[in-house]
Unconditional design. Sequence first.
Length: 301
Amino acid sequence: MANIGFVGLGIMGKPMAGHLIKGGHSLFLHSRSGVTADLIALGGREFLSPKEVARHADIIITMLPDTPDVEKVLFDQNGIVEGLRLGSGQAKTIVDMSSISPLETRKFATRINALGHDYVDAPVSGGDVGAKNAALTIMVGTSVAVFENVKPILELMGESVVRVGENGAGQVCKIANQIVVSSAIEAVAEALLFASKAGVDPAKVRQALLGGFAASRVLEVHGERMINRRFEPGFRIELHQKDLNIALESASALGVSLPNTATVRELFSACLAHGGAKWDNSAIVKMLEKLANHEIRKHLE
């Protein structure tokens, strides 16, 4: 059993840390908002800084909102690097499970490697439901040897754990995932809005589509949320928009055009302008409804 540090215990990180404790590992925990009593009751230990977490743990996992947050936790005062320097000198492993810039990830990895420690980027897909059910898809960027060491730990949190390539490859894969998912959510919103405006029950349209080639997890989960007007997270719009910003910035650096991704990003921006930062990403349908002057509604029989 490993001594594992976990920094970032939000809607995703908290259940993920819980699975590791239940898997028999010793967990050293830190969160800006404090560690909840239920994780302490399971056996987790709270520390006051990432520095102290890194000092005690052999593997340190971060699950944070954005690139600057990861950089701060790694390299600022009382950050993980300070804790690494106080250790015994043995190599430790940093596993960043946040969704952040692949270009910055490679820089972070270079700096950590230069100190004699290993770095893994392992962003996830599956949202809060996947986190709670240990059913996440985990996309990993690191060396083969380091991957083999951390894979059993990642498998406690995810159903699919795939090494995509070296450092940064996991984040590239996550961006590709967010491009696909965001476009699919927007397409489902358009389809259900079209059906509803045309006078057809969107719930029955969704049921029919789930039996054909249009079937998808997005149609199943997010389509139901749109129809039932349940827009609590889930995965917050402000975070999905952040991921699409990273996608478009990275694509620009590569000379790649992502026109549909740009359109979805602008719809998310419209949601933010209407106070929707904390809405679930399925609430993108609200902006399309404003354009159509029509709200999706179920038909009563």
